[in-house]
Design a protein around this ligand. Structure first.
Ligand SMILES: [Zn+2]
Length: 249
């Protein structure tokens, strides 16, 4: 079967850990595109990269907001959630001297009221942690992904599948995730499926996880594989992906 050349690749890296600079270097070297979702502080105690590094990343890629303190919105009273959303973005915008249109829900935790809050606050889109999708979803404040760069157990995929809905659209991804026990085989199988569909492959991850897994060579190799197969016009930031997918709001 000939492969469809129209596959779109987007990548997002969460949490603003200093190791994000390594992801930045590799994504840049391979000529790909990405969004880095960054809190101002991490209440879990993880370091967040300094403003100079953020500006360097912003010179090439998109920076998105991830609340002020990396708070799970569903754990907060609404006014506090609103503060986290507004202040997290304002601080980033002050640091970068540019608008920040994107948001990613820490821990993937949110409800419809939070999606509404983001819309009212003027964000353009929000990314979730729903995986196994080969499109941009149906709602601009619930943008899904395809795979996290992490060796999850099968049970994690099953839970994510059940919780994320749109089962008919995601069942091919689930089958591939369950069939491929080795997470690298799974990664390449899901990407190959996206190519056959001419769909979207949205990779996301945490640089700190890649550090701990000693998986930078595998990350590098996969990005090289992608760069050989995705045309430059289809290497998008999350904001560009949202713009392309939700032109009519
Ligand atoms: Zn996070």
């Amino acid at each position: 079967m000939p492969l469809n050349q129209d596959v779109i690749f987007s990548c997002s890296i969460d949490d603003g850990h200093p190791s994000d600079m390594k992801a930045f270097e590799l994504l840049s070297r391979h000529g790909l595109n990405a969004t880095f979702f960054v809190p101002i502080r991490n209440r879990e105690g993880m370091p967040v990269m300094p403003a100079a590094d953020l500006r360097e990343i912003a010179s090439r890629f998109e920076i998105g907001s991830h609340t002020h303190d990396h708070c799970f919105l569903n754990k907060l009273d609404l006014p506090v959630a609103q503060f986290q959303v507004m202040e997290g973005r304002k601080r980033l915008e002050d640091m970068l001297s540019r608008t920040v249109p994107g948001f990613c829900y820490p821990g993937g935790k949110y409800s419809r009221v939070h999606a509404q809050l983001l819309r009212q606050a003027g964000f353009a889109y929000a990314r979730t942690t729903t995986n196994l999708c080969f499109d941009s979803g149906r709602r601009r404040f619930e943008m899904p992904t395809t795979m996290q760069f992490y060796p999850h157990r099968r049970s994690v995929y099953l839970r994510n599948f059940v919780k994320g809905g749109r089962w008919h659209r995601r069942q091919a991804g689930l089958r591939l995730a369950l069939e491929n026990d080795d997470w690298m085989l799974r990664l390449y199988a899901l990407f190959s499926h996206a190519r056959k569909q001419g769909g979207v492959f949205h990779l996301w991850g945490h640089a700190k996880d890649i550090d701990e897994l000693n998986a930078w060579p595998q990350f590098d190799q996969f990005l090289g594989h992608v760069a050989q197969r995705v045309k430059p016009a289809n290497r998008l930031t999350n904001a560009q992906l949202a713009t392309r997918a939700f032109l009519r709001g």
